[in-house]
Design a protein around this ligand. Sequence first.
Ligand code: SF4
Length: 308
Amino acid sequence: MRYQTLAASCLRRLGRRAHKIPLDAGFTCPNRDGTLSHGGCVFCNPSGSGTGLLLKGFGLRAQWDRLTARFSGRPDPPLLWAYLQSFSNTHGPAQKLAAALEAMAALPGIDGLCLGTRPDSLDDEKLDLLAAFPHAERRLEIGLQSANDATLDRIGRGHDAACFARAAHAAASRGLLVCAHVMAGLPGESPDDFLATVDFAATLPVDSIKLHNTLVVRHSRLEALWRSGGYRPMDRQDYVALAAAAIARLRSDMTVERINADAAPDELLAPAWAADKSGLIRDIRTCLADADSWQGRDRDAPDAMPQW
Ligand code: SF4
C-alpha cells in the first residue's frame, strides 16, 4: 500500500483491526441551530449526515447493541469504537457531553471513542472531558475543510483556519488523536488551494486526515448554486490526480482514513462519478503506482516508500 490506511495503522499500533460503530447522541450544530447561523456550511444538508436514531427512540445502548451484534462470537472480533459522526458532537453545555461520554464508556465491549466536531465547539472543559474517557483510543475528528480563510467565509463555516490550529494543538496536548477533514473542489478554490490546506494540516499535530471530494447533495445550499450554474464539481480525473498529489505531501507518519467523500445514494446530485466509490479509490491508488509515488514522498520520505 502506498499510504497508511486506518486498517494498517490499527494493525501496527494495536495488533487488530478496528470498526467504528456510528451512534447518534442527539447533538446539533451551531451552524444550524442559530447559535452561529441557520444556513449551515454550503455543502451540508439539514440532516448533517445524521441518522436521527436518538430522536426515533433508540438510546445509545440500543443503537450499540443493534450495530455490534454481528461481531459477537467471532473468533477474531475487531476493536469496537463508538463513533459520534453527525453534526458537532461537542456543541452545547459541557454537561451534555459529559453525560454522553459516561453512557458510551459503559457500553459493553467498547474499546475506544471517535467523535466528530467543529474546532470552535471545543474549549478546555470539553477537551478535558474527552481526554478523561476511560478507554485507550480517543480520536477527535475536526472539520477544517480549507486553510484559506476567504474560502471558509465563502462556504459559511463560521470559523477560521487559526481556530482549527488552536483546537488541534489543545487536543493533541491532551493525548487525543486528531483527524482533520479537508475538501477538494470547494466553491472558488483551485487545486493549489487544496494542496495548501493539506500542507497546513500536515504541519499541525494531526494524527490522521480524511480527504473528501466536494459533493452536491440534495437540500444543501450548494445544490442551488450548482443548479444556477454557479458551481461546477471537479472532473473525476482531476480529483484522482489531486488526491494522489495530496497524499504525496502528507507526513509519512499520518494515517489516511479516507480518500473520497461518501454520500447517501439518494442524496447525491453531482458529480455522478462520485457514486462509484470503490472505483475512485482504485484509480487513486493506480495513479500513485503509475507515478511511483507514495505518502510523504514530497515531504519527509523522498527516497524510499515507508513500510506501513
Ligand atoms: S458541515 Fe458540520 S459544521 Fe457545517 S453545518 Fe453541517 S454539521 Fe454543521
